[in-house]
Ligand binder design. Structure first.
Ligand code: PGA
Length: 261
């Protein structure tokens, strides 16, 4: 099974010119490195998607939206339509990122509506789940992640689940002080990550069967970088990474991707 890596640029490169330059550089590096074991996407600022799409048309690098609305169109000030993402060339969309959940108050039922709309339009969904430090300390690892899976994937069919990628991103590991005001931010250890990934696979097996559980890709996200990626990616249940900070530099990002070649 191929690995899958996503560069989640968040709002870190707001201008089109730098976004396009960075994407072209990444695309060329991927080609030069003859990456064969992984699918790779980036989620740039939405304003840059279209231009990037045109400039990387002949490469393997794919595009993702960072979020979207569940309606195709309407009076929704400040939102992005699934149709706009598709027109701009996105094949993926990240939904339920913990920054969306914690900073913008998105809850599972809203995320579920977005998931269903994205799947209906043929996008692949990167569904983010993960517990806070406090929830983990209180022994709620399984409960929190299972509730997020259950409610966010409500009414997703057995055929549709093939277009879902799960990104397990413990909130406490995401390199974002706003999410983690009183927590020392660090990546999950291989044991912590693998345990959670195994739980996710078990949930998929119980709800979608053995074959879907074996085939679903589960990315790890949260402070993944050159120094810890190799051992995380060596874990049986970790099928790639959703990477924020370390994806902004193409060379660093490709070094991580090359660990699984
Ligand atoms: P980080 O972000 O790699 O900067 O911790 C990951 C994410 O939020 O997806």
């Amino acid at each position: 099974m191929k690995y899958i890596f996503g560069g989640n640029w968040k709002m870190q490169i707001p201008d089109v010119k730098t976004s396009v330059k960075t994407a072209i550089e990444l695309n060329e590096l991927l080609q030069k490195s003859q990456i064969q074991n992984s699918d790779v996407f980036i989620a740039p600022s939405h304003n840059a998607l279209y231009e990037i799409g045109k400039s990387i048309a002949d490469g393997e690098l794919k595009l993702a939206g960072q979020n979207m609305h569940f309606m195709e169109r309407g009076a929704y000030t400040g939102e992005t339509s699934v149709l706009s993402l598709i027109e701009a060339g996105a094949e993926y969309v990240i939904l339920g990122h913990s920054e969306r959940r914690r900073i913008f108050g998105e809850e599972n039922n809203l995320i579920n509506k977005k998931v269903l709309t994205a799947l209906d339009h043929g996008l692949k969904v990167v569904l983010c789940i993960g517990e806070t430090a406090k929830e983990r300390q209180n022994g709620m690892l399984k409960e929190i992640n299972y509730t997020q899976l259950e409610e966010s994937l409500k009414d997703v069919s057995k055929t549709q689940i093939r277009n879902i990628i799960i990104a397990y991103e413990p909130v406490w590991a995401i390199n974002n002080p706003a999410l983690n005001p009183n927590v020392e931010i660090r990546s999950a250890t291989v044991e912590e990550a693998n345990e959670a990934h195994m739980l996710v696979r078990t949930w998929i097996k119980a709800n979608y069967g053995k074959i879907e559980a074996e085939n679903i890709k589960i990315q790890y996200g949260g402070s993944m970088k050159i120094t810890n990626a190799k051992e995380l990616l060596a874990q049986q249940h970790i099928n790639g990474g959703l990477i924020g900070g370390a994806s902004l530099n193409p060379e660093t990002f490709v070094k991580i991707i090359k660990y699984v070649e």
